[in-house]
Design a protein around this ligand. Sequence first.
Ligand code: ATP
Ligand code: MG
Length: 387
Amino acid sequence: MENLYLIKIGEISLKKGNRAKFEKQLRFNIKKKLNSSSRITIQRGRFFLESNEKDIENIRYALSTTPGLVGFSRAVKVNKDISEIKKAALVFAEELASRHQGGSFKIESRRADKGFEFSSYQISSLVGEYLLEKIPSLHVDVHKPDWIISIELRDLAYIYGARDKGAGGLPVGSAAKGMLLLSGGIDSPVAGYLMAKRGVKMDAVYFHAYPYTSDEALEKVKKLAQKISPYLSGVSLFVVPFTDFQLLLKEKAREEEITLLMRAGMVKIAEIISKKRGNICLITGESLSQVASQTVESIRYTGSETDLPVFRPLIGMDKEDIIKIAKNIETYDTSILPFEDCCTIFSPKHPQVKPELEKLKNSFLRLNGEDLLEEAAEKAERFYFKP
Ligand code: ATP
Ligand code: MG
């Protein structure tokens, strides 16, 4: 195999009895993104990936977008022979020195095989000296090095260099399935990403009020689905025709109640599709008091229209922090494209901020919209995005 990676798992390592289940899920999720030559072995809590995939960037992308691992490094394995170890370390040192413009380094050695002729300390010294001799511009700093090369003696000698960051969290599929309400905004893609990192496998649903919302708005949401799909380990997006329900609201609802009744309609449809798909929670991008429909009272109401728990991972977050994550997962630039989604078009000038629960529940019943909602759910079109 041409490429070897050492993968570090984070939270999974805290699992006790059911750890194997999490490990298996993570292995499955990584392999799904790589070609069939790829093999993952687990040794003492560490994952080793071997792959003959030609495109290294593809491997890096796959690893950095898969929840459940905290970091990874490209590695090589050589015989347990000090001169082979030195040569392998030199290759990584050259790469790291150019990435960091020279600088200081440290060698970290570990010996699972106590039979090896040198101690960990001796291995580090010998390899360190060798690198200094070959690249005289380097210097050693054991406290605050610019970069580290690690050497591990196991069945063979493993040497690895640059550490890349993973997404952290838990592998998708280790928790139950959910339904993400995905709009074209900044927040909901981030919400999906965060719940994926807690292990939730999810579908997404988008409410499209054509022609009041444009094809561009739909394309934007598809693009967002595609962008978060690697983190979600693949996602099906259900596009629901929402116009008839919106028109019903326009005709029958009190203006100041429209926004919340519309939310309730979304929640209901999401629930109907969820039942068919085996999803047992809903996920939204709501953040407390960000807008009128996200006050405590409003959220209490919209949550009351479904039996399913509604997860709102952004509830306590500032917009600034949400934006940071959106930039990180590269959804931000798409989210800020100017196409309006359905909520902005029909929304009243003065939406209710402190709705009364019972009053709204009655208003929702009086709409008599059940058949319409069922029909909309039935007509949803599904698009699948690969991880
Ligand atoms: P976002 O940035 O996610 O659009 P927002 O701050 O614009 O959120 P709202 O428009 O009030 O907030 O929507 C709150 C949540 O309701 C969204 O995060 C999303 O989960 C859901 N939602 C809103 N509009 C739609 C839609 N057209 N399709 C699917 N879900 C939606
Ligand atoms: Mg929005």
